[in-house]
Design a protein around this ligand. Structure first.
Ligand code: PLP
Length: 378
């Protein structure tokens, strides 16, 4: 099998340095004291990317584990939870909260736009008796980034805990955890960080710890309970055996990002160029504002269906693009420009292949996608 170039919004390509780190000989992570130092150092490096002095943990499960752990650890049955819903992940986050017994109020807004901070402000002025709010930084299916910089401080003004799914945003979108008063920030290894899938990352503020430690009833479950990580470093005790090879990979990936310096500027630059190439060629984007730095969602033009587009990209060009699910299935396709995929050569190849496939299907383009991309980044 020839490995395709995966230009999907996660998982993303994993750099050779990261794969090499994953192949290192392992130790016993429970008994080797040096491993505790390694884990802590990896957390400290991640804190630099989150711009936080809060505690940070790496959980041993794909991004969804972090979302579920947030709900399991913070929510008690009957709690009032506000879910900011402008997309599939936002709505789904609210449903997780319901599983843990929350009474969820959905602040639903236009799925093609970023959440309106003004509308939210008006809503909150009337009603703000919420213990916590769930929101998504970047709605990956629609390619929309929400203004967490304004939303989180607004929620905190009313004493509402802020829980942010930043899985597809961390390292690609600006993130200032402490300055923006984000209580829980959730990330995954397989998006802009470009390590292999399998790890969740969560930063936890003092206010959030207070809620976790002050529960009336213990959290339902063990693996999802963030409380089991209390004092792991002081006690030299992990709640379960660490996936050491995945963590070696993650550390190598994070080192690469820190060495680069400003990965967000790179994401912004290439996202703009991809977006404008598509627009200038006459294609339509799903998002109407709040355009994401990490993924672009494009309406499938007339004359081709998703299956034909996907198959032709893969068979003729060995490039994998993504569709979307739920109500967006067969309506849009997505190009991920995250992490290691957010590179000029890979994006050029992707747009050139897309140009070829669309033209072979007699879809009129006003510009050559790849040529336009090159012009835009010059
Ligand atoms: C990728 C992603 C997750 C993790 O979910 P998977 O679909 O299992 O990869 C969670 N939230 C957002 C916003 C994501 O993009």
């Amino acid at each position: 099998m020839k490995t395709p170039l995966i230009m999907t919004p996660g998982p993303t390509s994993v750099h050779e340095d990261v794969r090499r780190a994953m192949a290192k000989a392992i130790t016993n992570p429970d008994l080797d004291m040096e491993f505790y130092e390694f884990y802590k150092e990896t957390c400290n490096q991640l804190k630099k990317l989150f711009l936080t002095s809060n505690d940070l943990l790496i959980l041993n499960g794909e991004g969804i584990l972090g979302l579920e752990a947030a709900c399991a650890s913070l929510i008690e049955p009957g709690d009032q939870v506000l879910c900011l819903d402008n997309g599939i992940f936002g709505k789904g986050f609210g449903e997780f909260a319901e599983i843990y017994g929350a009474e969820v109020t959905y602040f639903k807004s236009d799925y093609r736009k970023a959440i309106s901070v003004d509308a939210l402000e008006q809503f909150l002025a009337d009603r703000h008796d919420f213990k916590l709010a769930l929101l998504v930084h970047c709605e990956t299916p629609s390619g929309i980034t929400n203004s967490v910089n304004r939303i989180c401080p607004l929620l905190k003004k009313y004493g509402i805990l802020t829980v942010v799914d930043s899985v597809s945003a961390v390292c690609g979108e600006e993130l200032k955890t402490d300055e923006w008063q984000m209580d829980l920030v959730l990330a995954g290894s397989q998006k802009c960080i470009s390590a292999s899938p399998g790890l969740s990352i969560v930063s936890i503020s003092k206010d959030a710890w207070k809620v976790i430690r002050g529960r009336k009833r213990p959290a339902a479950g063990f693996y999802c309970n963030l409380g089991i990580w209390s004092n792991w470093y002081e006690k030299k005790w992990f709640p379960y055996t660490q996936p050491i090879s995945d963590l070696y990979g993650l550390k190598a990936a994070v080192d690469r990002i820190l060495e680069e310096g400003d990965s967000i500027a790179r994401h912004k630059k290439y996202a703009e160029a991809v977006r404008n190439s598509l627009l200038n060629a006459g294609l339509e984007l799903y998002a109407q504002d709040g355009f994401s730095n990490t993924v672009t969602t494009i309406i499938i033009p007339e004359g081709i269906c998703f299956r034909e587009l996907f198959d032709a990209m893969l068979t003729d060009h060995n490039i994998m693009i993504a569709g979307a699910f739920d109500y967006l299935a067969d309506t849009v396709f997505r190009i991920g420009h995250m992490g290691e995929n957010c590179r000029e050569d890979k994006l050029y190849l992707t747009l050139k292949a897309l140009d070829d496939v669309l033209k072979k299907h007699h879809i009129l383009l006003k510009k050559d996608l790849h040529r336009e991309f090159v012009n835009l980044i010059l």
